[in-house]
Design a binder for this molecule. Structure first.
Ligand code: NAD
Ligand code: ZN
Length: 359
């Protein structure tokens, strides 16, 4: 058996106010390429205090990006790359400040600045030919684990699939819990639950092992402390959530996601639901597959007064459900992890359609 030889983030700084160390951290990298940095910042921060603390120099390029209309696309990354190269040539590095969407755009952009052609050519495992430029991630909403993962998920004309390779992993991550304090409650819940679901799925499948379990259990403990707390939004819980997200991501590195994520990809690809919200909408209906996880998830919903939509599938045609089931069916490694070697006997198209009809 071939064991994964996974690439971790080169450097991590964690702590309240650590964002202020950004300029000091990137200064030595400025000698690379054309001596300037590209900042990719969530549009939310455009007129907020953080936009005055970016620590960018006059020669740097700053792009504020609205991540709400859709998840990151191949076209978006390609045109950003073309714009940057035509303006100033190859930058010293790319800094991403925002949530999972911005993390993915920054990671993909770093790679596409040095790899020719369209990012659609590189959606898949180890298709990238050259290392990208230096890239640094500053998460401002926690849960996806995108800050640590080796993939940059992009939606292209044909598929929603990551640029996945060792070069994708950030050179540096700055984890400053102060930055997530402003996340609205609903988004804070959905994105945090992505980590919770990562860990439940990582733990309930054939690929789990001592490495993935250690991280999953530590992350689950932190999730419980945050989402079952009497005062969930107190500042010290932001510290915990940020670490939980990182550890959930590390758990997956050596295990796999499962049924909820397989379905979630179908819901996102066909109906455009955002990843973390899609997971929550689905997970509530998987009691028979993840009994303890779903029970606890419902407690967290109640505690945080979050209501999820019901009876969605009544509005969906058989054609839509079949299309979503086909996307999910084509993620065999997730089904195999969840149901074992004989997964094909269980996870048939009809079975998957049945799961979508529960929603
Ligand atoms: P996001 O980046 O899509 O942002 C969600 C919302 O939160 C946006 O409205 C954003 O403006 C807002 N926001 C972010 N920080 C804020 C702050 N500090 N205060 C107020 N509002 C803030 O959110 P996400 O859930 O982190 O990321 C979802 C994306 O991550 C999806 O595109 C998904 O495909 C991707 N993803 C990637 C991986 C990976 O390993 N690469 C894993 C899971 C999900
Ligand atoms: Zn996820």
């Amino acid at each position: 058996m071939q064991h994964k030889n996974f690439k971790n983030i080169d450097r991590v700084v964690f702590g309240r106010g650590s964002f202020n160390q950004l300029s000091e951290i990137i200064e030595p990298v400025r000698k690379e390429n054309n001596h300037y940095f590209v900042f990719i910042v969530d549009n939310y921060f455009k007129d907020k205090e953080l936009s005055k603390r970016l620590q960018n120099k006059p020669e740097d390029l700053v792009y504020f990006i609205d991540v709400d209309p859709h998840e990151p696309t191949t076209e978006q990354v390609d045109s950003l790359r073309d714009d940057i190269l035509s303006k100033k040539g190859l930058p010293s590095g790319v800094i991403g400040i925002g949530g999972g969407s911005i993390m993915d755009i920054a990671k993909a952009l770093s790679l596409m600045l040095t790899n020719e052609g369209s990012s659609t050519q590189y959606q898949g495992l180890n298709l990238i030919k050259k290392p990208g430029v230096y890239h640094l991630g500053v998460p401002t909403i926690s849960g996806t684990g995108a800050e640590v993962s080796m993939t940059a998920v992009l939606t292209g004309p044909e598929k929603k699939l990551g640029l996945k390779c060792d070069y994708t992993v950030f050179n540096q991550v700055i984890l400053d819990p102060e930055l997530i304090a402003t996340v609205p409650n609903d988004k804070w819940f959905y994105t945090g639950m992505d980590t919770y679901i990562h860990c439940i799925e990582s733990e309930n499948g054939i690929k789990k092992n001592a490495f993935s379990t250690a991280y999953a259990q530590a992350s689950l403990k932190l999730c419980r402390e945050v989402y079952l707390d009497e005062n969930p939004r107190k500042p010290e819980n932001d510290d915990k959530l940020m670490v939980a997200s990182l550890m959930g991501g590390l758990s997956l590195t050596y295990s796999e996601v499962g049924v909820c994520h397989a379905l979630s990809y179908g819901l996102s690809k066909i109906l455009g639901y955002k990843h973390c919200y899609a997971n929550c909408v689905i997970f509530q209906h998987l009691e028979d597959i993840y009994p303890e996880g779903v029970k606890e998830f419902k407690k967290m919903l109640e505690k945080n007064k979050i209501e999820l939509p019901q009876n969605l599938s009544k509005e969906w045609s058989d054609e839509t459900i079949t299309a979503m089931a086909n996307v999910s069916y084509n993620l065999p490694f997730m089904w195999q992890h969840a149901f074992g070697e004989n997964y094909k006997e269980i996870a048939t198209i009809d079975f998957i359609k049945g799961l979508f009809k529960r929603l």
